[in-house]
Ligand binder design. Structure first.
Ligand code: S3P
Length: 430
């Protein structure tokens, strides 16, 4: 797909529903009793993988392309999916969270996914779930999917997680619903808390104490009604584009701004970006807002420590923004970038360098010296949706033509991304 610079971006956009919240809503709806109604469900490939997995386990799920009705059968209502593996596609959230739900069932199942999923680390869930009594193994013995799970009774543990990962925390908390006693997870810094918030909404006994999340064994969860806010990780591409392209002014409607996710807003402001919250409300414990962004002169910054988990998925587009900023931007404590849908340190350095940026990869981040003009290049997305969208944004500020290979992978989290970007730039298509 080919991209060129644009003169400005103007207008309104409602980004699709939050990916993390969408996954969790179908998972909890499937193990609750009764019908859960979910509006603004993300229709990206990852969240459709979650629906497909629960359908395979006998859950009736209606999806009209926006609203999803999940007819849950209760905590013990899942059925064995048969001998074919459950396919989690490209979705790390599906693979890791579902492991926590499957470990305590009374059947066996194999979980698999695409080539990228089969390379991502699963030991981080295998280890704590095994401590809870689970029988879960990496079929190829490499710590990755496929995973063979033979359902077993579980008991609660106190797990001190070496990584700040909501996927790890959530897998343990979901298993904890079935585990005897109390299950506690301590994180090095707090990761996104959607599971904790939503568990409360479905009637679980869950609480947090500082960096600890604690859940008790549940008898049953009740169904719920949820309206999924727009995904701040998708809005991030328009926040960045609005700040980067001269003359731009974009109104982002209905964006989730949960404080465990809003690091991008802080960084935009830290870099001198004109970002205003116009209206704010709350839905099911999840805050949302309309956000106005205007083109700004940006300056470099340092991003490290506890803010990292709150913007981990936004770091690629922040790195692109840093290329246009005055001075140096340093990203530290973000080694997790190496185990996302692609190695996002390696891929960002390679692709930004191809566009003429001055960027160096480090063990746990990047150093970007801003101010060099970007030029068009051939970009490999490595089939990573956030890389494709990052370079579509960078291309808007680059001289000449940028070709993104594998651009269609945006269907993982934002199927209409290019359409929305084209509309804001006043073009029919880019
Ligand atoms: C997610 C958590 C994050 C994030 C991913 C979605 C979630 O991963 O990168 O896109 O929904 O829990 P980690 O938990 O591995 O950091």
């Amino acid at each position: 797909m080919l991209f060129h610079s644009v003169s400005r971006l103007k207008g309104e956009v409602s980004v699709p529903g939050d990916k993390s919240i969408s996954h969790r809503s179908v998972m909890l709806g499937s193990i609750a009793k009764g019908t859960t109604e979910i509006t603004n469900y993300l229709q990206g490939a990852d969240c459709l993988s979650t629906i497909a997995c629960f359908r395979r386990m006998g859950i009736s799920i209606e999806n009209n392309g926006s609203t999803v009705l999940v007819h849950g059968n209760g905590l013990r209502g899942l059925k064995a999916p048969g001998s074919a593996p459950l396919d989690c596609g490209n979705s790390g959230t599906t693979t890791r969270l579902i492991s926590g739900i499957l470990a305590p069932q009374n059947f066996s199942v194999t979980l698999t996914g695409d080539a990228s999923i089969q390379k991502r680390p699963m030991k981080r869930v295998i280890e704590p779930l095994s401590q809870m009594g689970a029988d879960i193994t990496s079929v190829k013995g490499n710590g990755c999917a496929p995973l063979a799970i033979h359902g077993k009774p579980l008991h609660g543990i106190h797990y001190i997680s070496p990584v700040a990962s909501a996927q790890v925390k959530s897998a343990i908390l979901l298993a904890g619903l079935y585990a005897e006693g109390e299950t506690r997870v301590t994180e090095p810094s707090i990761s996104r808390n959607h599971t904790e918030l939503m568990l409360k909404g479905f009637g679980a006994d869950v609480r947090t104490e500082g960096k600890d999340a604690i859940v008790s064994q549940a008898r049953e969860l009740h169904s719920a009604k949820l309206d999924v806010p727009g995904d701040i990780s998708s809005a991030a591409f328009f926040l960045a584009a609005g700040l980067m392209v001269p003359g731009s002014e974009i109104l982002l409607k209905n964006v989730g701004i949960n404080p465990t996710r809003d690091g991008i807003l802080q960084v935009c402001r830290q870099m001198g970006g004109d970002v205003t919250i116009l209206r704010q409300w709350e839905e099911g414990g999840e805050p949302a807002a309309d956000i106005l962004v205007r083109h700004s002169a940006l300056s470099g910054t340092v991003i490290q420590g506890e803010i990292i988990p709150t913007l981990i998925d936004e770091l690629p587009v922040i790195a692109a923004m840093a290329c246009l900023a005055k001075g140096e931007t340093v990203i530290r404590d973000a080694a997790e970038l190496k185990v996302k849908e692609s190695n996002r340190i390696e891929v960002m350095v390679k692709n930004l360098s191809a566009m003429g940026a001055d960027v160096t990869g480090t063990e746990d981040g990047m150093v970007i010296r801003g101010g060099r003009p970007l030029h068009g290049a051939v970009i490999d997305s490595f089939l990573d949706h956030r890389i494709a969208m990052t370079f579509a944004v960078a291309a808007l500020c680059a001289e000449g033509t940028t070709e993104i290979r594998g651009a269609e992978c945006v269907n993982i989290s934002y199927p209409d991304f290019y359409k929305d970007l084209a509309r804001l730039s006043g073009q029919i298509s880019l």
